[in-house]
Design a protein around this ligand. Sequence first.
Ligand code: PLP
Length: 419
Amino acid sequence: MGELDVRGAAEALPVTEGSGQAWLQRHTSSVMGTYGVPQRVLVRGEGCYVWDADGRRYLDLLAGIATNAVGHAHPLLVAAVTAQLTTLGHVSNFFATAPQIALAEQLLAVSRAPAGSRVFFCNSGAEANEAAFKMARRTGRPKVVAAVDGFHGRTMGALALTHKPQYRAPFEPLPGGVEHVPFGDVGALGRAVDGATAAVFLEPVQGEGGVRPAPPGYLEAARRITREHGALLVLDEVQSGIGRTGAWFAHQLPGHGDVVPDVVTTAKGLGGGIPIGATVAFGEHNAALLGAGQHGTTFGGNPVASAAALATLHAIERDDVLANVRAVGARLRDGITGLGHPLVVGVRGEGLLLGIELTAPVGPAVVAAALEQGFIVNAVRPDTIRLAPPLVLTPAQADSFVRALPGVLDAATTPGDPT
Ligand code: PLP
C-alpha cells in the first residue's frame, strides 16, 4: 500500500480547528452530560503523549483508562487498521473473516485456555461481562456472587454485578440473584457459594475499586470453592488483562497458583484504542453454554477491530512489552515510594496498573495540579491516584513524572492555589 492520502479527510474531520474553550462550549450543548465537564479537548496523540486543542502537551499516564496499550498512533496499529479497512471493513456475523479467526486463536493461546475453549467477541468490557452473565444463567442456577467494590460495567446485567450503590440505585430493579462479598475474604466467599450458585465474578486486580490486587491465594481459594459447588469462576480482566500487570492476564501472575478459570472477560487494552471486547470460555463444556442463536452483536469481532487487536498483541509480543511493564512499573513504584512525600501513604497495584494512596481525600486537586503541569492521571477514589499509562512508557517518561510529583502534590494542597 502506498502513502495514505488523508487530505480529503479534513472535510469530514475538523479535529484541529478551534480553541479548547470554544470546543467545550459546543460539547456542553451537544454531548449528553454523563461524564460531567471534560478536563481538556484533545486533538492528537503520539506514543505516550497527547496534545490539547490549545497546543499543550501532556504525558498520558491514564491511556484512555488502561486502554491505549501500545500508546497513541502506534505505526503497526495504524498500518493494520488502515490495511484492513481498505480491504474489508465490516461484515455481519453471518460471515467469518480471517482477522477474527486469527485473533480468537491468539487470545486462546495467551490466555492458556485448554483444548475445546472458544471466544465470543463483542465491543466493550460491559458486553464481555454480559455474555459471561448469560453463560452463568444458562447453568440453570439462580445465584451469582461478586465482590464488594467490584466493577464490571454499566449496562444492566454488568451493573447488577457491579457493587457501587450510587451506580446501581437509580436503575433498580436490576437482574436479580447477585450477592456481594468482601473482596479477598476467603471465609465470606466460602459461606456465600453453594449448590445454587451459578458463578463467582472477580477482578484479579480491582481497578475502579481503587487498584486493589487480590491477596495471594485468594483466586486459588475461589477456584477451589467454585469447583466444590460446581459454580463457574469468571475472572474479569477487562482492566487488568492484555499485559497491564506484566503478565498477559493478571491471574497468571505468581501468587495465584496457576489458577484455571472457567471464563475470562477482557476489552480495553485488547484493541489498543479501537473498541473490542472478548469473553473467553475455558473448555468445551463452558464454551457450549452459549449456543447458536443465544447471544450476538452486530459488530462483535468486526475485522477492523480484530486487526487492531492482532496488531496490539503482535506489538506487545515483538517488543517484549511485558518485560517493559514489569521494569517501568517497578521503577515508578520505587520512585514514588522513595520520594517519602508526607501526602503519600504508599503505592498499590501490579505492573503498570498502580494506585498512589494519599493520606487525605485530595485526589481531584492532585489530578488538576498534574494536568496543569503536563501529566494526565486519574483519582480513582478521592484518596487514590491511578496510573495506567501505555504499556510502552519509557523509564525516562516514568522518571519525569516522579520528579514532578512532589510539586504536583504541593500545588494540590497549597491553600488558595488556583489549581
Ligand atoms: N470490568 C472492569 C474490571 C472494568 O474496569 C471496566 C471499565 O472500567 C469494565 C468492566 C467495563 O468496561 P467498558 O467500560 O468497556 O464497558
